[in-house]
Write a protein that binds this ligand. Sequence first.
Ligand code: 6PG
Length: 241
Amino acid sequence: MEVKVYQNKMRVAEEFSKYFAAKSNEDHPFHVALSGGSTPKIVFDVLADEFSGKINWSNIHLYWGDERCVAPDDDESNYKMTVEHLISKIDIPEENIHRIRGEEDPQTEAKRYGSLLEEILPKELGLPQFDLVILGMGDDGHTASIFPHELKLWISPDNCEVATHPDSGQKRVSITGRIINNAKTVTFLVTGDTKADKVRIIVDREEGYLKYPASHVSPKTKDLVWFLDADAAEELTLDQS
Ligand code: 6PG
């Protein structure tokens, strides 16, 4: 596990964009699962505004680690957020965008998306393998849409599951631990002081850390990188990069 700490959100966005441009510069299709929520917005803006010319988007396939079960034009949609902050600003072929269809029946879509991953991702150890999974982390230690009250979904034998937001009851389709931990590389993008206590508990593996889904992210390749701003890292004993 590598922990990178930067002064603020913009610096996280700049450094992650550099990292992404280098990582995705491959001579084979690069399959990346995106996270949702608010943190990625500034990252996607920087990626699109400052790095779009340095990335061969025709070689990149976009997927989502999770999606809210809403229409793609709903303000809650991770797809809509990604269109606004990234997709609308880059030259990426339509066929490279593999959205989770939030408008469909959740169970039906979880099965469809799980099968899609099975069909089009390369396999490693018999399981679909992303080149990169980008994750966020909620204040409650959830990641993708695996929440603490549904930790059992992490060990699902399926590629995708239907999750329920603990407060709103909103249904979500999420990839599961077997997919996340089979990725070549996993990166966390976590900013803000509301995340600091969970970051400390999870990164420092404090007692009880395993009740938080984000603590179960452990790619078999060991290639896990946390991109944090100073606020999210304020309870860690690390030098800032
Ligand atoms: C989602 C995300 C979720 C998100 C965390 C952090 O659909 O909301 O995929 O896992 O990454 O909730 O969200 P913020 O970036 O908004 O804090």
